[in-house]
Design a protein around this ligand. Structure first.
Ligand code: GYE
Length: 306
């Protein structure tokens, strides 16, 4: 993979594999854990990792992928910031004979020959799990439940799918009303800001559904500053399962967390090795995840890995 002539087959025996990884950014606790997992496991696997951070901008990510193509890395992996607009750069990678692994987030292209596999969570399922908790929580009650939603990055797979999965999950309950839904860009700062606006225009919020923990944690500050009790006056559902969110559950401020595992590094390195060795890999590799409620939070917290 270093451009010498004996690695034309993409990593002959004894040759170090070069992996170019184009990360989304450092927007959340999930992302920080994901980056660390990729860096640590590349090291452990003896893979030469070239890493870039796109600061949540697609144009940066495209530039970073192009640079890996120019450098003739063995494999390119990336976590697409948004779903659309990847065909041109992925065709360039294909023409250069460099396999691409989608990590964490999917793209919307129907041309599945542009990547070898997609490794990551089922975000629709996560949205459904969030909704299922709510349906259970209000079982047997007919009162109107006013829900506000903090969406992730506009156009990203997790924002689109978590919204859709949740909507599907509450669809059979007409008393559940999503009264406001806006992006909080997966960050604490934006989550707080948008929640402040929600609170100002809606006096009667019962539930917050946040597409990730960081936005929920930012929103908690806004709720407290407005003189309300997070977890009690406004029930909070979030996704990811970072330690700070478990702590917030222990403190009674978040009601339920749907787990999304960021520790994709070991599986990614396995896939990269297989691809370089010319082995076939499954087109879709799913991560396994759970759901945690307040009564489970204290016991689970010490074992959380991210
Ligand atoms: O939920 C969020 C991060 O793509 C699954 O991105 C990931 C999401 C994660 O910023 O915290």
């Amino acid at each position: 993979g270093d451009g010498t002539q004996d690695d034309e087959a993409g990593g002959a025996a004894g040759d170090t594999i070069v992996l170019g990884f184009a990360q989304v950014g450092a927007e959340s606790g999930w992302r920080t854990a994901n980056t660390k997992s990729i860096q640590d496991s590349a090291k452990a696997a003896g893979i030469d990792l070239k890493f870039s951070d796109a600061q949540q901008k697609q144009e940066n990510q495209i530039k970073n992928i192009r640079s890996y193509i120019t450098q003739k890395v063995d494999v390119i992996a990336f976590s697409p910031v948004v779903e659309s607009g990847w065909e041109p750069v992925l065709r360039e990678a294909k023409e250069a004979g460099i396999p691409v692994v989608l990590t964490d987030r999917a793209i919307d292209s129907p041309d599945t020959s542009l990547y070898v596999t997609f490794l990551g969570s089922d975000f629709i399922e996560e949205g459904k799990r969030a909704a299922n908790w709510l349906v259970q929580e209000y079982q047997g009650k007919n009162e109107t439940v006013n829900i506000v939603e903090l969406q992730g990055t506009t156009g990203s797979a997790p924002a689109i799918d978590r919204k859709e999965g949740f909507a599907q999950g509450i669809a059979a309950n007409p008393n559940f009303k999503i009264i406001a839904s806006q992006t909080g860009e997966f960050t604490r700062a934006k989550g707080k800001e948008v929640m402040q606006a929600f609170l100002q225009s809606n006096p009667d919020i019962d539930v917050l559904y946040a597409h990730n923990d960081d936005m929920a944690l930012g929103a908690i500050q806004a709720i407290e500053e407005a003189g309300k009790k997070p977890g009690v006056d406004i029930k909070i559902i979030s996704i990811d399962g970072v330690k700070d969110a478990f702590q917030a559950m222990v403190d009674g401020k978040i009601n339920v967390v749907v787990e999304c595992n960021p520790l994709l590094g070991p599986q990614l390195m396995d896939v990269v090795k297989k691809v370089v060795a010319g082995e076939t890999v499954e087109k879709r590799i799913l991560t396994e995840e759970g759901v945690f409620t307040q009564d489970q939070a204290a016991a689970a917290l010490p074992n959380r890995q991210y």
